[in-house]
Design a protein around this ligand. Structure first.
Ligand SMILES: Cc1cc2nc3c(=O)[nH]c(=O)nc-3n(C[C@H](O)[C@H](O)[C@H](O)COP(=O)(O)O)c2cc1C
Length: 196
């Protein structure tokens, strides 16, 4: 599954850099893992920094404005020192993973980076933003509003929701979407092939 996090890394002048990045994990969400993968497009500070320094922090935050500010405005975010790395982490996050780069394969685009988690902390029950959750909510809302939707409208939107869930969700998210699909099929609102 892919969780959307804010990655901190160190610029060449030793200032911190923050950027949202999708972190590919097994089913465990933000909870203790040893490894993860990220896909990095060339041209970002994050790409250069991780390649050069071999370390970074995955910060799991529910602060949407921090995502917008770091993605579009390079705004510095409140930070605190890491436990094990030179790279600082974000202050007030629900969870973080300090990691070292185990493998950086830049022969592919996007590059594949494997991170080895060397120190992690988790607070509360936040399990990380996942795009599949938004897609499931949209599909579910549509399923409760069938009286106002035409089958064509639903057919048009379904492939995008399905693609997001398949790409970013885990088994729980795929099961949730399958249940919505069964509901729609039982009501003969859409036939099976239309939802493929
Ligand atoms: C939710 C979200 C997830 C993103 N995931 C990735 C990703 O997995 N890989 C990537 O290369 N860029 C990803 N991006 C784009 C980078 O965050 C964006 O290019 C950013 O401006 C890079 O900043 P930097 O130059 O400071 O590293 C994502 C953006 C958002 C908003």
């Amino acid at each position: 599954m892919i969780l959307e996090a804010i990655l901190s890394s160190l610029n060449e002048d030793e200032t911190p850099n923050f950027a949202p990045i999708g972190v590919r994990t097994e089913e465990g969400g933000v909870y203790p893992l040893t490894e993860f993968e990220i896909h990095l497009y060339p041209g970002s500070h994050t790409y250069e920094n991780l390649k050069r320094t071999g370390e970074g922090v995955v910060n799991f935050s529910d602060d949407l404005m921090a995502f917008v500010d770091s993605a579009l405005y390079s705004k510095p975010l409140a930070l605190v020192p890491s436990e094990k790395l030179l790279t600082p982490r974000m202050a007030q996050v629900q969870a973080f993973w300090e990691f070292t780069v185990r493998d950086f394969d830049d022969t592919r685009e996007p590059a594949r980076l494997r991170g080895q988690i060397i120190h992690a902390q988790h607070r509360g029950n936040f399990s990380g933003f996942c795009r599949a959750h938004g897609a499931i909510l949209e599909a579910l809302i549509a399923a409760t509003r069938l009286q106002w939707l035409t089958p064509e409208e639903l057919r048009e939107k379904w492939p995008l929701w399905q693609e997001i869930v398949i790409k970013t969700g885990g088994s729980k998210e795929r099961t949730a979407l399958a249940k919505i699909k069964s509901y729609l099929q039982e009501r003969k609102f859409m036939v099976a092939e239309q939802l493929e």
